[in-house]
Design a protein around this ligand. Structure first.
Ligand code: ZN
Length: 292
């Protein structure tokens, strides 16, 4: 890879956030990966002089359901560009009385209720068990926290994102159970995105944008009008955050460990792993361990 073309920062847009503002020198990258096509072309350009990438998770025309999103291809494609840090935006429902529509949440935990999604790059003769105790990059979370606080945006630093399979929203019973377990927000896409980013040794943090109170709250039933009104504010806030944060992320120098997450995690013996036909699909991130 040509070092001059490396793109070290990426933003992923969720429902409603299909493009971002302030991009200059824009190029669209149509990338093929060993796992298939990403959700869409990846937009590469400069924001405030910082080279970065943007990917619409559901595609710009929103054609992929949460379970249909090819998350492995998305993460592989970003890694192939040189991405080291990802800020991912998602829409979510609130499970807390004090997490209101239009609030921002920077979750620190995930609870996985998805059912049928390829959740790992590792299989077919190569095994790795990454640590997921803290599923988001703490350093990146801290930068997001400072950025949204400085911007005066109403936010919650911390909370558990319960990821459901979709496509439908939760029943009232499901919503009440998720709330009773102490979860903070509910969404459909942070799994397996967060763990795939870690397997590919990229820092990853999430900004969840509350659109509604899910279905648990009496008198606050979700309507399209309410969701659209909240979504419009959330999208505007997301674009502001991107402009405010990009230089801070670019200036980050700490070694948070995400870039070495596979070092203690790969279990398979070198000779066996390299013989696996699967090896070439993930050579992009494992070569440094097996071919040194
Ligand atoms: Zn990190």
């Amino acid at each position: 890879m040509n070092k001059e073309e490396a793109v070290k920062i990426a933003f992923i847009g969720g429902s409603g956030l299909y493009e971002i503002e302030g991009f200059e020198d824009v190029v669209e990258k149509d990338i093929d990966t060993p796992f298939g096509k990403p959700s869409d072309k990846i937009i590469v350009g400069h924001i405030k002089g910082v080279r970065c990438a943007f990917l619409a998770r559901h595609a710009r025309s929103h054609v992929f359901t949460p379970a249909e999103i090819n998350q492995r291809a998305n993460m592989w494609a970003l890694k192939s560009l040189g991405v080291e840090q990802i800020v991912a935006f998602t829409a979510c429902g609130s499970l807390k009385d004090n997490y209101y529509p239009k609030d921002l949440v920077i979750p620190d935990q995930i609870f996985d209720r998805t059912k049928d999604r390829p959740g790992s790059f590792f299989s077919d003769g190569i095994v790795a068990h990454i640590s997921a105790a803290h599923p988001f990059c703490e350093g990146l979370r801290n930068i997001i926290h400072k950025t949204v606080a400085d911007a005066g945006l109403k936010h919650h630093f911390g909370g558990t994102y319960v990821c459901i399979e979709g496509n439908r929203f939760s029943t009232k019973a499901e919503s009440l159970v998720n709330k009773s377990l102490g979860f903070s927000i509910v969404g459909m896409t942070a799994v397996p995105e967060a763990q795939l980013a870690r397997e590919a040794e990229m820092c990853y943090a999430n900004i969840s944008l509350v659109t509604d109170f899910d279905s648990w709250k009496e008198g606050e039933e979700v309507t399209n009008d309410k969701v659209l009104e909240a979504a419009a504010v959330n999208i505007s806030n997301s674009r502001k955050i991107i402009k405010d944060i990009v230089s801070k992320i670019a200036a980050r120098t700490e070694d948070c460990g995400c870039r070495h997450s596979l070092a203690p995690s790969i279990m398979t013996a070198k000779d066996k792993a390299i013989q696996s036909p699967h090896y070439k699909k993930i050579a992009l991130f494992v070569d440094k361990y097996f071919k040194k």
